[in-house]
Design a protein around this ligand. Structure first.
Ligand SMILES: Cc1ncc(COP(=O)(O)O)c(C=O)c1O
Ligand SMILES: N[C@@H](CCOP(=O)(O)O)C(=O)O
Length: 463
């Protein structure tokens, strides 16, 4: 399998190359040159298989040539066999006649990020050991990627991880999940800015090719293809459990950086019968607005009850646009140049129509998010986190065919956002036992201005 950049000017790489590279050297994102296609018979054969076995079938074609089947199998068994607290790994919960939640928070850091980041840590170990190389990982987080990446990389010999989060804009549990990890290879940085600022700092470091080569930079955000790839698997396991390939299934995905829903789009491209893909956003609704009007324009990041989705510039939208534009890299370069110069762009009519053909979208503000949490708890006793509630609100608005199962991705455990959940439902969700003393553990972090020079100096200091 080879990977190409959405901007068309970086070298083609294999899976090992894209995993260690992160952002392409032309500023683009890597995508598979061609998608593997699964027949109905192959998809049907996933029924009843353990999660790790389906993961092997789904992931193997993407890593072919870089990992042996035996190595991949061992990594998947270690990741999904032990690190997740639920035997089904990604269990479905029925909420209504045809309404389902896919619980993705049973990993070590209580959010869907563990599915990919537990595995990515193992890929890094494998490839760095093989090459005798050390890596500097740089990531930006609105709260969940950070702890999952740190958990996946803590104490690993060949990597040092620098994780940027927006100062005072993540929940206390999210911050402490990162800052109480005291291993020497983990550096937490609170940036005076919002998540978009953190993500822009990361991209600026990657686009400084001299710096990037000097420190051996790589990425743990979903700009790294391996992240998206691992997230494709749970679309297959859940759809098959609900009758695929002999029945269509729809998905609603709480969305920020567009990585998770893009994984669903890839699953559909591989042959999974997905009817609807609904983008659910909070007030930071650039994607919902883009779908409605064709204008992709950031207008400031607002703090909400679902802070992990307080994002306006969605990295992975570029991967989708590459497809919408018929994989014409020149079109993507033109859009991205306009984005840099004018902080937005207007989608061409043909691209907008292609977007609308594949996705629906809706937005939920904080009042609606809280109401959904409260109503669900009253009706069923189920306590959902605010990101999941944004998803449920959008699923209710956008579902066009109630005879098709609608699966909303439940992306985080409610205890990560205790204050918002308690305010809406009156329930104080408990942290799982392995984190029961989180609020009394020692913290370590540094604070930096939103300044790429200061960040680069801090990273160089650690070399
Ligand atoms: C809890 C939670 N839900 C949803 C999202 C949005 O996912 P994505 O960025 O892949 O769109 C995030 C952050 O990315 C998150 O942490
Ligand atoms: N919500 C994310 C933001 C970063 O997204 P990623 O999927 O690109 O890593 C977070 O929790 O950090």
């Amino acid at each position: 399998m080879k990977y190409i950049s959405t901007r068309g000017e970086a070298e083609k790489l294999d899976f090992e190359g894209v995993t260690l590279t992160g952002l392409a050297r032309d500023g683009g994102l890597y995508v598979p040159e061609e998608l593997p296609k699964f027949s109905a018979g192959k998809i049907r054969s996933f029924r009843g298989k353990p999660y790790a076995d389906v993961a092997f079938e789904v992931i193997q074609p993407f890593v072919a040539g870089s990992l042996s089947d035996a190595d991949l199998k061992a990594m998947l068994d270690a990741t999904y066999g032990k690190a997740f607290r639920h035997p089904a790994v990604a269990p479905l919960v029925q909420l209504g006649a045809n309404d389902w939640l896919l619980e993705l928070f049973h990993g070590p850091t209580l959010a869907f990020k563990d599915f990919a980041l537990q595995l990515l840590g193992r890929f890094f170990d494998h490839f760095t050991a093989k090459r005798g190389q050390k890596l500097t990982i740089l990531g930006a987080t609105s709260g969940d990627t950070g702890s999952a990446a740190i958990e996946g990389c803590r104490g690993r010999d060949n990597v040092t991880i620098y994780m940027l989060h927006p100062k005072d804009r993540v929940s206390e549990v999210q911050r402490r999940q990162m800052t109480t990890v005291l291993e020497d290879n983990v550096v937490n940085i609170a940036v005076e800015g919002n998540f978009d600022d953190c993500q822009a700092l990361v991209k600026a470091c990657f686009n400084d090719l001299e710096f990037r080569d000097r420190v051996g930079l790589t990425a743990v955000n979903s700009i790294n293809w391996a992240r998206v790839m691992a997230q494709i698997v749970y679309y297959f396991t859940s759809a098959v459990a609900l009758g695929a390939p002999d029945r269509e299934v729809s998905y609603t995905v709480p969305t920020g950086n567009f990585g998770d829903i893009f994984a669903g789009y890839i699953a559909k491209g591989m042959g999974l019968p997905v009817r609807q893909l609904v983008i659910a956003t909070n007030k930071n609704d650039i994607l919902a607005r883009a779908l409605q009007s064709g204008a992709y324009r950031a207008d400031g990041v607002e703090a909400t009850l679902s802070p992990s989705m307080d994002i306006q510039v969605s990295s992975n939208f570029e991967r989708l646009m590459f497809d919408l534009a018929g994989r014409d890299a020149a079109e993507i370069r033109a859009y991205m140049d306009t984005l840099t110069a004018e902080k937005g762009f207007d989608l061409k009519q043909a691209h907008l129509e292609a977007l609308r053909a594949s996705f629906a979208a809706s937005q939920a503000d904080d009042a609606l998010t809280a109401k959904v949490m409260a109503d669900l708890y009253k009706a069923s006793g189920y306590v959902a986190d605010p990101h999941t509630a944004v998803g449920l609100a959008s699923a209710a608005v956008c579902n066009t065919d109630p005879s098709v199962p609608m699966v909303t991705l439940s992306t985080a455990h409610p205890a990560k956002f205790g204050a918002a959940v308690t305010e809406a439902t009156g329930v104080d969700p408990a942290l799982p036992a392995h984190m029961a003393d989180l609020l009394s553990r020692e913290e370590r972090l540094i604070t930096l201005a939103n300044d790429v020079t200061a960040l680069q100096a801090r990273i160089e200091q650690g070399l």
